[in-house]
Design a protein around this ligand. Structure first.
Ligand SMILES: O=C1O[C@H](COP(=O)(O)O)[C@@H](O)[C@H](O)[C@H]1O
Length: 232
């Protein structure tokens, strides 16, 4: 049984997004005030889009904020399935347009070949990351740590920032931040919307088999604070 993290439940997704956007923007500005720059890692998928919009209007020093993704599908940034496209269209807008964004996909034809260049492109990001926002799939994956993938162990054990992943249950080869990279952060938020996600989260707390539900690698550790933000 995993000891539960801080769990905050909201009446509506809008209430959740308002509070989470406020917390993230305050933490980013605090980082800029104390260390001159800040870093933010966001997830893709459908859950964070309204959060991105709220964040993009926050009055903070965005030009000192470095943003990247927790994971990416190995598709061009213009394609519908690209997480980078979501970030560009929903987060890097309004006041946040001046943030320094680095995507994970590059010109190589596979994540295995492109991984080294991605790692180099993130070398100047402030670390530990100030804020990481994770999502979770109903199979218990987070980032692109898919329970089915042969590369999961590497993503969990590598000292490198990124790993290539070829999920058998989801489309596209992927690149993902490694477990070491994600846990090298000051604050992780797990953003969950919908009762099906709540039930997967509750199931994840039942034991610590990370291969069955990779989200447990985040929930079972105590190195980095994890706050779960949930709304039905
Ligand atoms: O494939 C992915 O899925 C997860 C969850 O996505 P959602 O659509 O259920 O919010 C996401 O966190 C991850 O970044 C994405 O690549």
């Amino acid at each position: 049984m995993i000891k539960e993290s801080v769990f905050k439940s909201f009446d509506t997704p809008a209430d959740l997004e308002a509070k989470l956007a406020e917390k993230i923007s305050n933490q980013l500005q605090d980082a800029v005030d104390s260390r001159g720059k800040a870093s933010l890692v966001v997830s893709g998928g459908s859950t964070p889009l309204k959060l991105f919009k709220l964040l993009s209007n926050k009055a903070i020093d965005w030009s000192d904020v470095y943003i990247t993704l927790a994971d990416e599908r190995w598709v061009d940034a213009e394609e519908a399935d690209s997480n980078e496209r979501l970030v560009r269209e929903h987060l890097l807008q309004n006041r946040a347009a001046s943030a320094k964004f680095r995507g994970l996909k590059n010109m190589f034809d596979s994540p295995e070949k492109g991984c080294e260049m991605t790692i180099e492109s993130l070398a100047n990001f402030p670390k530990p990351f100030d804020v990481v926002v994770l999502g979770m799939g109903t199979d218990g994956h987070t980032c692109s740590w898919f329970p089915c993938s042969a590369e999961l162990e590497n993503a969990f054990t590598t000292d490198l920032l990124c790993a290539a992943v070829n999920p058998t249950t989801a489309p596209h080869p992927r690149i993902t931040l490694s477990k070491g990279a994600i846990l090298n952060s000051r604050q992780i938020y797990l953003h969950l919307v919908g009762e099906s996600k709540l039930s997967v989260y509750r199931q994840a707390l039942q034991n610590d088999d990370v291969n069955e539900m990779p989200i447990r690698a985040v929930l079972a550790q105590r190195k980095t604070p994890v706050d779960v933000f949930y709304s039905a």
